[in-house]
Ligand binder design. Sequence first.
Ligand code: AMP
Length: 215
Amino acid sequence: MNIIFLGAPGSGKGTQASLLSKNLDIESIATGDLLRKEVEKNSRIGNIAKEQMESGALVSDEVVIDIIKEKIITKNCEKGFILDGFPRNINQALKLEEMLHNCDKKINKVFNFEVEEDVLVKRIAGRYICKKCGAVYNRYFKPTNKDGKCDNCDSNEFETRSDDNELTVKNRLKVYKESSFPLIEYYKKKHLLVSIDALKISTLVFEDLKSNINN
Ligand code: AMP
């Protein structure tokens, strides 16, 4: 089962991708996470990507396509994969199709996570992450249960993504609308698109995904 998750930043795709990848025992590939790792490593790719990521712009197609190309041919992806954050524009979608065709694979489903824009801004600008275990919280919707301590691992050290500030968020949403919206029509025409009401709480969104996959 090869799946694409489409949705604006803050639509909850990342959370659902990690739940679903465990549930189906398939790989989850998040281009944003892979790029952030490159930036942390100070690698050549990281240095190219850093400035664009911090302003909320898209990193060049060549860079992300190379990253995906390497990943989908690995053994981990043999059983299937979830692409979270890729493709982000029509050119990337076309390149993906070509890549998959060359290794005899195809996309089975494309889930589009739908959430209203004012909720998205709060979801992203309020997001903070446990430094130790990576658990994700939100100061508006999902703060830690115990004041200032991670529910998972009790750590009191948290961080926020450098591109999760209100100014960058607005630009990321603008970029999403301009570049990624056409993908919805593109996959609709291919009869692969399934709309998901991602305003619901995470457990219900996950149920919707699973029942769709089982049908
Ligand atoms: P995300 O974690 O998916 O919100 O991505 C964070 C940032 O990484 C984006 O704002 C882009 O700068 C960059 N990025 C992630 N995926 C892609 C992609 N498929 N194409 C171009 N840039 C990307």
